[in-house]
Design a protein around this ligand. Structure first.
Ligand code: ZN
Length: 159
């Protein structure tokens, strides 16, 4: 039995913050603004995981009004959510993601992001796809005001 989930996230780019995407620190003059570390890719994946089992969403599970999640490491949040998925009897079948960023180039960091995701989600590299695009200089993402991410998650019921 399979379940599919869709995740989306966007964060504003701002000065004075680290840029962390897919659990990897990226060299850039700006970072993403958020209550947690604002890891846009991991947040999209978390929402995809939760969505696949109709378990609400990241904002419900980790409220941004809760001081516990201030500057939280999103890889830890992902670990919590994956535990929840396993408690429901499911594992990762495969994940496909897009990061939409005008700058900086994501490509050099993608292998490391995939390593982080495979380790946390206990799956093989060929089950995790991370793709990157620009927004052709259009809209908030294209004007370098924000970075967004999309994820489609397919879960498989454990035997
Ligand atoms: Zn987010």
């Amino acid at each position: 039995m399979f379940r599919i989930g869709l995740g989306y996230d966007i964060h504003k780019l701002t000065e004075g913050r680290d840029l962390i995407i897919g659990g990897v620190k990226i060299t850039h003059e700006k970072g993403l603004l958020g209550h947690s570390d604002a890891d846009v890719l991991i947040h999209a994946i978390i929402d995809g995981l939760l969505g696949a089992l109709a378990l609400s969403d990241i904002g419900t599970l980790f409220p941004d009004t809760d001081p516990m999640y201030k500057d939280a490491d999103s890889t830890i949040l992902l670990q919590h959510v994956y535990e929840l998925i396993k408690q429901h009897g499911y594992v990762i079948n495969n994940i496909d993601c897009n990061i939409i960023a005008q700058k900086p180039k994501m490509m050099p960091y993608i292998p490391k992001m995939k390593d982080v995701l495979c380790r946390i989600l206990e799956t093989d590299l060929n089950n995790i796809s991370v793709k990157a695009k620009t927004n052709e200089k259009m809209d908030a993402v294209g004007k370098e005001l924000a970075i967004e991410a999309h994820a489609v998650v397919m879960l498989r019921k454990m035997d």
